[in-house]
Design a protein around this ligand. Structure first.
Ligand code: ZN
Length: 252
């Protein structure tokens, strides 16, 4: 596959990057990303992944757009209230970049769905909002040898992490970081509030980390978590050690 004239023009600003080039773009166009959730994190992540030319985006979301989503879920507009997020997001993403094949899972994601989808993807991006789903995707990445980019946001704070437990037996996983759902993290945007721009920052960082992983460029957050406090403008990067008794990645 080589880039046509329209693609060379569309991607020109990233083709200029020395880490990228035509080979990187072709690699990205051949990549498949599973994006779980197109809400506050998934919306900006999906927009940047699609704009950059990730060839296939499989997006899963069973919710419908609510008015209270619009403050941060920038894929949607006021006329979309009441519409299913997955199909609405797919329409916007296809309009943004017809190079991207967008597939939609509009039901709640189960282990069976993950076991069907993940083998076909290069990488999974967790933009969900609850521990059950996060744990399920984290475990599925281990089963199917996939890399995982996670993100979470609450109030003025957020975090991003990358896990290689699917491809590296010595790597930590999401559950090494959170062996059990933490009380504080069980609070949701609905109960604790969130600043829209913070969700935008975290979702955007997830997209950037995913693209770097797909192209094998730079240094990603693999095995680390980046903690962001925007109220005081403080960023911390912390290593996530493997937990030998982790319920998910423990090797007997
Ligand atoms: Zn683990």
């Amino acid at each position: 596959m080589s880039l046509d004239d329209a693609q060379i023009e569309r991607y020109s600003r990233q083709l200029l990057l020395k880490e990228w080039g035509g080979a990187g773009q072709e690699q990205l166009l051949n990549s498949r990303v599973f994006l779980l959730g197109v809400g506050g994190l998934g919306a900006p992540a999906a927009l940047y992944l699609a704009a950059a030319g990730v060839g296939t985006l499989i997006i899963a979301d069973s919710d419908r757009v609510e008015r209270s989503n619009l403050q941060r879920q920038i894929l949607y507009g006021t006329p979309d209230i009441g519409q299913p997020k997955g199909e609405t997001a797919a329409r916007v993403l296809r309009r943004l970049n017809p190079d991207v094949e967008v597939q939609v899972i509009g039901t709640r994601v189960t282990d069976a769905i993950l076991d069907d989808l993940l083998p076909r993807c290069d990488l999974a991006l967790d933009a969900s909002d609850n521990f059950d789903t996060r744990y399920a995707l984290n475990a599925a990445c281990l089963r199917h040898g996939k890399r995982l980019v996670t993100g979470a946001v609450l109030g003025f704070e957020g975090q991003v992490a990358v896990f290689h437990h699917g491809i590296d037996a010595n790597a930590s996983c999401y559950r090494c970081l959170y062996p059990a759902p933490s009380q504080r993290c069980q609070a949701t945007c609905a109960t604790a509030g969130v600043l829209g721009g913070v969700a935008g920052m975290i979702g955007t960082l997830q997209a950037v980390e995913a693209i770097k992983e797909l192209l094998g460029i730079g240094t990603t957050l693999a095995g680390q978590v980046l903690l962001i406090n925007t109220l005081d403008t403080v960023f911390h990067r912390v290593r996530v050690p493997r937990n030998p008794s982790c319920p998910t990645c423990r090797r007997s």
